[in-house]
Design a protein around this ligand. Structure first.
Ligand code: ADP
Length: 745
């Protein structure tokens, strides 16, 4: 009987296949978590080629060796296609190189090709070692000690085409690149009334095409999984675009995935699409192929976070199940999971096979619910005008307002809600400047085209305010609701919006009109409202912070500088913790934990030690309300006073930069999903005899509704944050990534 494999003592990590932004943070996380778990950690350069070559391509590393790579795109380890690794001889050399170093655990970051290759290596490992013993290359004792190879795969691929994870490392950054390009094209295209055809990557997977079309408000999309159902696919596209022009749309954008095809499996190229548009629409049509732009650039905040948690989990997997079946560690429904690697590869390939067999229905079904929903959603959004209302159906009047601070993505949510409402035969009313606008009757009907071009716009076109109705103003609000015959309200906003909505309903006994159904949709950069693990705007704010902190770090050309960066969040430390993870801060201060004098003393001593031993840069992130006395200004003075000349300190309060900017793709996509669902729920409630008000949210990535009446029970007394905050579970990981005394960045 085989003995249970021993816990590995060493671990190697490599990147392979096509590069993807986020590979570096993943390597950094694997290295630091491995060291934290007491393992010797090696990095392998040039993918499998480095394993085959050995020598200085397999390098034992310390924590500081992976400093300064978090923000870099691509992979500092390098990646190469390696034909030798496809041969047994090549893999024999790789096994020899690892066994001689006593390494029997491997984390591979790559696509399905790389993970398949790695799995073959794992399966052969035992025999390979036996061959090496027979050839006298390694001792039998070594082979016996390392009988099994522990293999964990992380998916680095911009296409988001892999089973076993909802998001692959690099996909979100690629969406950022595409959205940036599309936003740029938007402005030039609408100046000229041109049509643009944009080709994006994705040979077997339409993820990038579909989500970027949703995010950019594109007018047509062609993806491999769901080809046009008509023989003459050009005609349906043409009539949709023509209808758009007729109602005054100045711009047509068509997105084509690399692997787009017609229903017979013939490829549809961007050039063909452009020719069809020129011919039938008679329009000046340009083609832009985004190509490698999509792979490049710095990893987005989400990719940095994702790679960090996945790298950490990969090491946990190595340590807790040594020698077991190869695993793929991914994220599903907002939680880290591991699944048998080869099952994931097989499923991934099965979708490609279904597409090749023109079994599109199964291919689409295998992509899962939210992919299909996005596609359906897009079909509504691209319409030039709504479906004709059903004359039998009751026509509701639904109001939309914001309240709270501005959050990127608010406009997208309004755009979607307005169109979904009108498409379902209802009248949509925009209320300007929050509850104040409602009091004053600043209410106007919104038509289909009134939200044209809102998808990519930051800020809040309807205006938002933190004003909460005073006791004597509820009557006025009830009058306005009566006058405008409003049947339901969608509040897209943050804390003030939730409070205001709750108070309105709570006054229903005094003013029955205020008992109308209200749906609250979380849109606040602080991510501090109950009933959801994520709110719209937080991702954009994080990306803003990350970009600025990257710049701040670059400004420290002279060594010996520590930055104290203050971020927003009021009573909630979400932005501080997440930006700390994504920027490599060595210390993060949160209002949930507070700050003690002892903490600051320890920081001073860690900073002094670090700088004494060659650290060049320090970074501390603090949340604006982490402590009323120990503020960022206080920290700056304290650290500088106690620096003993080893470093100087700069304070940086990022301020309103965090609330501005165009919404990130993720915020646009979530805004679309949540607004669609919220409005449908509101319609249902407004039509019911016993309507319920609720807030929509995400729990484990799934949409759920919580009764608005529960608001006060779900929040901390006297504080602006929910009692339960799932992201707090990330605290231990943040500590491992930035151990005191270690140059963290
Ligand atoms: P990706 O990982 O992005 O899918 P590739 O398919 O090009 O990229 O694979 C990257 C590398 O993984 C290849 O160059 C090769 O070294 C290794 N590899 C891929 N498939 C196999 C296989 N079946 N057997 C052994 N090695 C493989």
């Amino acid at each position: 009987m085989l003995k249970t494999p021993q816990k590995p003592t060493s671990l190697a990590v490599l990147t392979s296949g096509g590069d993807a932004a986020g590979m570096n943070p993943a390597v950094r996380a694997v290295v630091r978590s491995g060291l934290d778990a007491g393992l010797a950690v090696y990095t392998v350069s040039e993918g499998f080629q480095g394993l085959v070559d050995g020598g200085d391509r397999i390098k034992k590393v310390s924590s500081s060796d992976v400093g300064g790579i978090l923000h870099q795109g691509g992979t500092v380890l390098g990646t190469a296609r390696c034909d030798e690794f496809r041969t047994r001889e090549g893999r024999l050399r790789a096994a020899a190189n690892l066994a001689k170093l006593g390494v029997d655990a491997l984390v591979v970051i790559g696509g399905d090709g790389s993970l398949t290759g790695a799995n073959i290596f794992k399966e052969e490992w035992r025999e390979l070692l036996q061959d090496l013993v027979a050839a006298g290359e390694i001792d039998k004792a070594v082979a016996d000690k390392h009988r099994r190879l522990t293999l964990v795969g992380l998916v680095g691929s911009i296409d988001n085409d892999m089973f076993g994870t909802d998001m692959t490392i690099g996909a979100d950054s690629a969406l950022h690149r595409i959205a940036e390009a599309l936003d740029a094209i938007h402005s030039t295209a609408s100046s000229h009334q041109r049509a643009f055809v944009i080709e994006v990557m994705g040979r077997n997977c339409g993820y990038l095409a579909l989500q970027s079309a949703v995010a950019a408000g594109a007018n047509w999309v062609l993806i491999p999984e769901s080809p046009p159902t008509e023989d003459d696919w050009q005609e349906s596209m043409f009539s949709a675009l023509k209808a758009g022009r007729e109602i005054g749309r100045r711009l047509n954008i068509v997105i084509v995935a690399e692997g787009a095809q017609d229903k017979y499996g013939n490829p549809i190229t961007a050039q063909e699409v452009a020719e069809a548009l020129r011919e039938r629409l008679g329009e000046d049509t340009r083609v832009t192929s985004l190509g490698h732009v999509q792979r490049g650039g710095a990893p987005s905040a989400f990719d940095r976070y994702l790679s960090t948690v996945l790298g950490y989990a990969a090491v946990e997997q190595v340590v807790t199940s040594p020698g077991g079946e190869a695993q793929l560690v991914g994220i599903k429904e907002h939680q880290i999971i591991s699944s048998p690697l080869m099952e994931c590869v097989a499923e991934t390939r099965a979708v490609a096979d279904r597409i090749a067999e023109q079994d599109y229905e199964t291919a689409m079904a295998m992509r899962g619910g939210s992919f299909r929903e996005s596609f359906q959603m897009l079909k509504t959004m691209v319409r030039a005008k709504p479906h004709a209302p059903d004359p039998e159906q009751r026509r509701l009047r639904l109001g939309i307002l914001h309240a709270g601070g501005p959050a990127a993505g608010m406009n997208m949510a309004v755009r979607v809600a307005v169109r979904v409402g009108i498409d379902n035969g209802h009248t949509m009313l925009g209320i300007t400047n929050g509850f104040r606008g409602l009091e004053r009757g600043n209410i106007r009907e919104m038509d289909w085209m009134s939200v044209n071009g809102w998808a990519s716009r930051g800020g809040a076109e309807l205006g938002t305010s933190r004003h909460l109705p005073r006791d004597d103003q509820f009557g006025q609000i009830a009058e306005q609701l009566e006058e405008h015959q409003i049947d339901g309200l969608l509040m897209i906003g943050g804390w003030a919006g939730y409070r205001g909505a709750y108070q309105l309903n709570a006054q229903a006994e005094r003013f029955p009109r205020l008992g109308l159904p209200i749906v609250c949709l979380p849109a606040t950069i602080n991510n501090d409202v109950p009933g959801t693990e994520l709110s719209i705007g937080a991702d954009t704010a994080l990306n803003n912070i990350v970009k600025d902190v990257d710049k701040i770090k670059q400004s420290a050309v002279a060594s010996g500088r520590c930055f104290v960066v203050e971020v927003m969040g009021r009573d909630c430390g979400y932005l501080a913790l997440m930006s700390g993870l994504a920027t490599g801060a060595e210390r993060v201060y949160l209002p949930e934990e507070g700050i003690t004098l002892r903490d600051l003393e320890a920081d001073v001593s860690d900073l002094r030690d670090g700088f004494m031993f060659g650290k060049r840069l320090g970074l501390v992130i603090t949340s604006e309300h982490a402590d009323p006395v120990y503020t960022s200004g206080f920290m700056k003075s304290l650290f500088e006073r106690e620096s003993e000349g080893l470093f100087n300190v700069r304070q940086s309060i990022l301020g309103h930069i965090q609330q501005g900017g165009d919404p990130s793709p993720f915020d646009r996509i979530q805004a679309t999903r949540l607004a669609d669902k919220s409005l449908r729920y509101l319609i249902e409630q407004a039509l019911s005899d016993d309507p319920i008000s609720a807030f929509i949210g995400l729990e484990h990535g799934k949409i759920r509704f919580t009764p608005l009446a529960d608001f006060t029970e779900l929040i901390e007394d006297g504080l602006q944050r929910p009692r339960e905050q799932s992201w707090m579970a990330l605290l231990p990981l943040a500590r491992v990534m930035a151990k005191p005394g270690v140059p963290a960045l």
